[in-house]
Write a protein that binds this ligand. Structure first.
Ligand SMILES: [Cu+2]
Length: 176
Protein backbone atom coordinates (compact mmCIF):
# COMPACT_ATOMS: atom_id res chain seq x y z
CA UNK A 1 0.00 0.00 0.00
CA UNK A 2 2.79 2.37 0.94
CA UNK A 3 4.45 1.63 -2.40
CA UNK A 4 1.29 2.39 -4.35
CA UNK A 5 0.90 5.61 -2.39
CA UNK A 6 4.48 6.62 -3.18
CA UNK A 7 3.86 5.92 -6.85
CA UNK A 8 0.76 8.09 -6.84
CA UNK A 9 2.81 10.93 -5.40
CA UNK A 10 5.44 10.41 -8.10
CA UNK A 11 2.76 10.46 -10.78
CA UNK A 12 1.37 13.67 -9.28
CA UNK A 13 4.77 15.35 -9.33
CA UNK A 14 5.24 14.35 -12.95
CA UNK A 15 1.87 15.82 -13.89
CA UNK A 16 2.60 19.09 -12.10
CA UNK A 17 5.94 19.48 -13.81
CA UNK A 18 4.40 18.76 -17.18
CA UNK A 19 6.58 19.11 -20.24
CA UNK A 20 9.39 20.90 -18.46
CA UNK A 21 10.41 17.62 -16.88
CA UNK A 22 11.99 16.08 -19.96
CA UNK A 23 15.34 15.89 -18.22
CA UNK A 24 13.79 14.18 -15.21
CA UNK A 25 14.39 10.49 -14.66
CA UNK A 26 11.45 8.22 -15.43
CA UNK A 27 9.32 7.11 -12.46
CA UNK A 28 11.14 4.64 -10.26
CA UNK A 29 9.03 1.71 -11.34
CA UNK A 30 10.16 1.93 -14.97
CA UNK A 31 13.72 1.31 -13.82
CA UNK A 32 12.85 -1.80 -11.86
CA UNK A 33 13.90 -5.05 -13.47
CA UNK A 34 11.23 -7.57 -14.28
CA UNK A 35 12.80 -10.10 -11.91
CA UNK A 36 12.36 -7.63 -9.04
CA UNK A 37 8.64 -7.04 -9.66
CA UNK A 38 7.51 -10.61 -10.38
CA UNK A 39 6.31 -12.66 -7.43
CA UNK A 40 6.57 -16.40 -7.92
CA UNK A 41 3.90 -18.51 -6.25
CA UNK A 42 3.40 -22.23 -5.75
CA UNK A 43 5.93 -23.67 -8.19
CA UNK A 44 5.88 -27.45 -8.66
CA UNK A 45 7.03 -30.02 -11.17
CA UNK A 46 5.06 -33.16 -11.82
CA UNK A 47 6.57 -36.41 -10.55
CA UNK A 48 6.97 -38.96 -13.35
CA UNK A 49 7.94 -42.67 -13.50
CA UNK A 50 11.70 -43.36 -13.76
CA UNK A 51 11.51 -44.20 -17.48
CA UNK A 52 9.61 -41.04 -18.44
CA UNK A 53 11.23 -38.60 -20.85
CA UNK A 54 9.21 -35.50 -20.15
CA UNK A 55 7.53 -33.59 -17.38
CA UNK A 56 6.13 -30.12 -16.81
CA UNK A 57 6.50 -27.28 -14.32
CA UNK A 58 3.61 -25.15 -13.09
CA UNK A 59 3.55 -21.89 -11.13
CA UNK A 60 1.93 -18.49 -10.83
CA UNK A 61 3.75 -15.30 -11.84
CA UNK A 62 2.33 -12.17 -10.25
CA UNK A 63 3.31 -8.86 -11.87
CA UNK A 64 3.48 -6.19 -9.15
CA UNK A 65 4.38 -3.43 -11.60
CA UNK A 66 2.25 -1.25 -13.83
CA UNK A 67 3.96 -2.34 -17.01
CA UNK A 68 3.51 -5.45 -19.10
CA UNK A 69 6.35 -7.89 -18.40
CA UNK A 70 7.45 -10.91 -20.45
CA UNK A 71 9.01 -14.26 -19.69
CA UNK A 72 11.14 -15.25 -22.68
CA UNK A 73 13.32 -18.20 -21.62
CA UNK A 74 13.50 -20.95 -19.05
CA UNK A 75 16.54 -23.08 -18.20
CA UNK A 76 17.10 -26.15 -16.07
CA UNK A 77 19.85 -28.70 -15.92
CA UNK A 78 17.43 -31.58 -15.29
CA UNK A 79 16.42 -31.86 -18.95
CA UNK A 80 17.92 -31.57 -22.40
CA UNK A 81 15.44 -28.89 -23.41
CA UNK A 82 13.13 -26.59 -21.49
CA UNK A 83 10.35 -24.88 -23.42
CA UNK A 84 7.37 -22.63 -22.84
CA UNK A 85 4.26 -24.49 -23.96
CA UNK A 86 0.57 -23.95 -24.25
CA UNK A 87 -1.99 -26.75 -24.32
CA UNK A 88 -4.98 -25.93 -26.47
CA UNK A 89 -8.24 -27.75 -26.78
CA UNK A 90 -8.97 -27.92 -30.52
CA UNK A 91 -12.27 -29.65 -31.11
CA UNK A 92 -11.66 -32.09 -28.32
CA UNK A 93 -8.02 -32.74 -29.25
CA UNK A 94 -5.45 -31.43 -26.81
CA UNK A 95 -2.59 -29.93 -28.80
CA UNK A 96 0.59 -28.34 -27.53
CA UNK A 97 2.10 -25.28 -29.02
CA UNK A 98 5.51 -23.80 -28.28
CA UNK A 99 5.47 -20.18 -27.15
CA UNK A 100 8.20 -17.60 -27.84
CA UNK A 101 7.22 -15.64 -24.77
CA UNK A 102 4.63 -15.53 -22.02
CA UNK A 103 3.03 -12.18 -21.24
CA UNK A 104 2.46 -11.16 -17.63
CA UNK A 105 0.02 -8.20 -17.75
CA UNK A 106 0.42 -5.27 -15.35
CA UNK A 107 -0.83 -5.98 -11.83
CA UNK A 108 -2.06 -9.41 -12.87
CA UNK A 109 -1.16 -13.04 -12.28
CA UNK A 110 -0.22 -15.30 -15.17
CA UNK A 111 -0.99 -18.85 -14.19
CA UNK A 112 0.98 -21.80 -15.55
CA UNK A 113 -1.29 -24.76 -14.97
CA UNK A 114 -2.17 -28.20 -16.29
CA UNK A 115 -4.24 -27.81 -19.45
CA UNK A 116 -2.87 -24.33 -20.18
CA UNK A 117 0.51 -22.61 -20.26
CA UNK A 118 3.28 -24.73 -18.76
CA UNK A 119 7.05 -25.12 -18.73
CA UNK A 120 7.94 -28.32 -20.54
CA UNK A 121 10.94 -30.43 -19.56
CA UNK A 122 12.00 -32.51 -22.56
CA UNK A 123 14.58 -35.27 -22.28
CA UNK A 124 14.90 -35.70 -18.52
CA UNK A 125 18.42 -36.60 -17.39
CA UNK A 126 17.27 -38.29 -14.17
CA UNK A 127 14.03 -39.41 -12.52
CA UNK A 128 11.76 -36.85 -10.90
CA UNK A 129 10.56 -38.44 -7.68
CA UNK A 130 8.53 -36.76 -4.94
CA UNK A 131 10.80 -35.14 -2.38
CA UNK A 132 13.33 -33.94 -4.92
CA UNK A 133 13.76 -30.23 -5.58
CA UNK A 134 15.03 -28.93 -8.92
CA UNK A 135 16.40 -25.55 -9.97
CA UNK A 136 14.75 -23.46 -12.64
CA UNK A 137 16.04 -20.22 -14.13
CA UNK A 138 13.52 -17.72 -15.48
CA UNK A 139 14.75 -15.13 -17.99
CA UNK A 140 12.62 -12.08 -18.73
CA UNK A 141 12.54 -9.82 -21.80
CA UNK A 142 14.73 -7.21 -20.10
CA UNK A 143 17.31 -9.98 -19.51
CA UNK A 144 16.81 -9.94 -15.75
CA UNK A 145 16.86 -13.45 -14.30
CA UNK A 146 15.73 -15.38 -11.31
CA UNK A 147 16.62 -18.90 -10.21
CA UNK A 148 14.01 -20.68 -8.13
CA UNK A 149 13.65 -24.02 -6.37
CA UNK A 150 10.83 -26.21 -7.61
CA UNK A 151 9.66 -29.21 -5.56
CA UNK A 152 8.63 -32.40 -7.31
CA UNK A 153 5.02 -33.16 -6.48
CA UNK A 154 2.16 -35.46 -7.36
CA UNK A 155 -1.17 -33.78 -7.90
CA UNK A 156 -4.38 -35.40 -9.02
CA UNK A 157 -5.35 -35.53 -12.67
CA UNK A 158 -8.92 -34.89 -13.64
CA UNK A 159 -10.88 -37.51 -15.55
CA UNK A 160 -11.18 -36.95 -19.32
CA UNK A 161 -14.83 -35.96 -18.92
CA UNK A 162 -13.80 -32.84 -17.06
CA UNK A 163 -11.61 -31.60 -19.90
CA UNK A 164 -14.39 -29.60 -21.50
CA UNK A 165 -15.02 -27.70 -18.33
CA UNK A 166 -13.06 -24.46 -18.60
CA UNK A 167 -13.64 -23.06 -15.14
CA UNK A 168 -10.34 -21.94 -13.54
CA UNK A 169 -10.74 -24.41 -10.68
CA UNK A 170 -10.86 -27.39 -12.97
CA UNK A 171 -7.84 -26.21 -14.94
CA UNK A 172 -5.62 -26.28 -11.89
CA UNK A 173 -5.98 -30.01 -11.56
CA UNK A 174 -5.76 -31.05 -15.20
CA UNK A 175 -2.74 -32.81 -16.61
CA UNK A 176 -0.29 -30.94 -18.82
CU1 LIG B 1 4.23 -29.25 -23.07
Amino acid sequence: MLRIFTLLICAGILLLQGCSSSKMKPPKQLQQTTASVIQIKDPWVRAVPPNANNSAIFLDLRNESEQLRKLVEVHSEVAERVELHMTKDEEGMLRKQRLEEVLIPALETQSFHPGGIHIMLIGLHSPLEVGRVIKLELVYADQSKETISVPVDERPLLPITAQNNHSPDSLTTRTQ
